[in-house]
Design a protein around this ligand. Structure first.
Ligand SMILES: *[C@@H]1O[C@H](CO)[C@@H](O)[C@H](O)[C@H]1NC(C)=O
Ligand SMILES: *[C@@H]1O[C@H](CO)[C@@H](O)[C@H](O)[C@H]1NC(C)=O
Length: 140
């Protein structure tokens, strides 16, 4: 019986690892696309002292949702790329890679509303990128 459990655990570990690699690839892909998109964006202002992203660990998903809602409003020249970034940000793998909070912890945490996120497009892109980078370093 014990052997079987060990065996099953080993299988689980292997599956988890493969999944991790896939998540990192996906995150890397979105960051690359986001950077390419950023280059086609006409930014709405200079970097100001705009409010920053929520730093509460269990607010990462809420932060991603706020940034995702802002991407369609970027003045981007490449609409194809813009749609691609939006689609990829909707990928469940991305949402699931941001933190290790449980549903219960998430519900207990009070997060900033999207209104308090920066309106400055350049800062938005930058903070979205660092949110995704953080997810990669968490997985790596
Ligand atoms: C826009 O982005 C798409 C998808 O990444 C790319 O294939 C295409 O060459 C880009 N178009 C322009 C005009 O840069
Ligand atoms: C976005 O593009 C601006 C220039 O238009 C650049 O200053 C900024 O660093 C870029 N941000 C990212 C996250 O690549």
């Amino acid at each position: 019986m014990k052997l079987l459990v060990c065996y099953l655990l080993a299988i689980t570990c292997v599956l988890v690892d493969a999944d991790k690699g896939e998540r990192i690839l996906k995150l890397t892909e979105v960051i690359k696309e986001l950077k390419a998109l950023n280059r086609t964006v006409t930014h709405n202002s200079v970097m100001s002292n705009a409010p920053s992203m929520d730093t509460e660990e269990c607010c990462s998903q809420s932060a991603l949702k706020c940034f995702r809602a802002m991407v369609p409003h970027l003045k981007a020249k490449n609409k194809t790329l813009q749609r691609k970034v939006i689609k990829n940000l909707n990928n469940r793998m991305i949402l699931g890679s941001l933190d290790s909070c449980s549903q219960e912890e998430r519900e207990k945490t009070v997060c900033q509303g999207c209104d308090s996120y920066p309106k400055d497009s350049q800062k938005c892109v930058q903070q979205l990128e660092s949110l995704l980078q953080k997810a990669i370093s968490r997985l790596a």
